[in-house]
Write a protein of this length. Structure first.
Length: 430
């Protein structure tokens, strides 16, 4: 009894398996027929491919030469030569009649597929090689960009501001509220780490540790590219502790300051780096007396104008002489020896600078004027070295970072760097 049931179960399984296989084959044949119809009626190989692939889902393997031939032809027409070759090879495995017209056509197609596949594989290889070449080129470009950025950073100037260059190609720059000096090739001449105030005029740059009554002044001569500290105020006068009022330097190199605790201004020659004093005071006073500019003078260097005696305060150039009262450190008046004019500090000018090119700077409070040789106010002096004529361009990259370009090239001293596109073009072609 048990044996009969077992045999019955095996028979049913075999029957349904056979039935299922037959059904799949029938469904596959429907799709194959439709695929052939689509090709014959509309030459629609894409549509035929969709139907053929549906048929293949119901077939474990291709056992009919006609189906292999159809697959080979569809994939060939759609330029899928690898699959076309696969079905073509399958055709030759199952085809029996090697003399049939179908066989000969398939053989001709196989040769055509093989040739096309060879060309396709070569093109794929070329595309892959080109892809790899471009990837390599991109890696090289990325590497070059990194190199350029590092070099660009190296050639940059860290500064809060870079001021205009003068005719001698030097400029002030500031960083963290300090002033320094830079040239038009981005070379730092004096680092901005000590001096909080500055004067840039007539080819000379003065760096001061204080705006009022500085105790330290560095002078840079842009005409010859040299710089040095001014002598200590005490070197001029043992009692002086600061430079007092500092006037504008003039193009002839003369600078006038008014140190504290001193009976005369300090006249300094920035070109020769030395303090300038009247060589023969008595001869000067004698000439002033001879020209009726003063009434009297004595051996101690005092001079009398009208009813007042003054201490002689040296020479600012152009016949301009500061006058002091005895034992008073502040200038009381200025004598203009060209015509005897006397200007008093309490009503006219408190400070007068070096006389040059028929003009001298004069200050009263916050008012700055320019005067001639007899104290008459004139038009302002022009800084003839203020205008830059070079080819450097200052470019701000971001806050605190600048670069200097010359003819489109980044410069810093002797080092140069092209703009990134030119740099990449230059080194990517090597």
């Amino acid at each position: 009894m048990i044996m009969r049931k077992l045999l019955l179960a095996l028979f049913c399984a075999a029957f349904f398996g056979t039935s299922y296989t037959q059904n799949n084959a029938e469904i596959a044949n429907v799709y194959i027929k439709r695929a052939n119809t689509v090709i014959e009626e509309s030459i629609d190989y894409k549509g035929a491919l969709a139907l053929f692939e549906k048929a293949m889902k119901y077939m474990d393997t291709v056992t009919k030469p006609s189906i292999a031939s159809l697959g080979s032809r569809i994939y060939f027409e759609l330029d899928n030569y690898k699959k076309a070759q696969k079905y073509s090879k399958q055709y030759f495995l199952i085809a029996k009649n090697k003399k049939s017209e179908e066989y000969l056509e398939q053989l001709d197609l196989f040769v055509t597929i093989t040739e096309a596949l060879e060309v396709q594989l070569q093109e794929e290889q070329r595309i892959e090689e080109e892809k790899q070449r471009k990837a390599k080129e991109l890696r090289k470009i990325d590497s070059l960009k990194t190199v350029w950025k590092l070099q660009s950073q190296k050639l940059s100037v860290r500064a809060d501001s870079i001021y205009p260059f003068n005719a001698n190609k030097y400029a002030l720059y500031s960083k963290d509220d300090k002033f320094g000096i830079i040239n038009d090739r981005a070379e730092i001449i004096v680092k901005a780490d000590e001096y909080s105030f500055s004067i840039n005029y007539a080819g000379f740059i003065l760096l001061k540790n204080k705006n009022t009554a500085p105790t330290k002044i560095y002078s840079f001569n842009t005409n010859n590219g040299t710089g040095a500290l001014l002598p200590n105020p005490s070197d001029f006068n043992s009692l002086a502790t600061n430079y007092g009022k500092v006037m504008l330097p003039r193009a002839n190199g003369r600078l006038v300051t008014y140190p504290n605790n001193a009976y005369e201004p300090m006249v300094y020659d920035l070109n020769q780096a030395k303090i300038v004093r009247v060589a023969n005071k008595e001869e000067v006073l004698k000439q002033l007396k001879k020209n009726d500019i003063i009434r009297k003078y004595d051996k101690e260097g005092a001079l009398k104008i009208d009813k007042n005696w003054y201490d002689f305060g040296g020479h600012l150039g152009g016949g301009i002489h500061p006058l002091y009262f005895e034992k008073e450190y502040q200038v009381h008046a200025f004598l203009f020896s060209v015509d005897g004019t006397v200007l008093y500090t309490n009503s006219d000018y408190e400070y007068i600078g070096a006389f040059y090119d028929n003009k001298a700077q004069a200050i009263k409070g916050t008012q700055i004027s320019w005067i001639n040789q007899n104290g008459t106010k004139v038009s302002g002096a022009k800084d003839k070295l203020a205008t830059y004529k070079g080819n450097s361009e200052v470019v701000k990259l971001e806050d605190g970072v600048y670069q200097i370009f010359q003819d489109g090239i980044i410069v810093n001293g002797e080092e140069t760097l092209e703009k990134m596109p030119d740099f990449l073009r230059k080194f990517n072609n090597e």
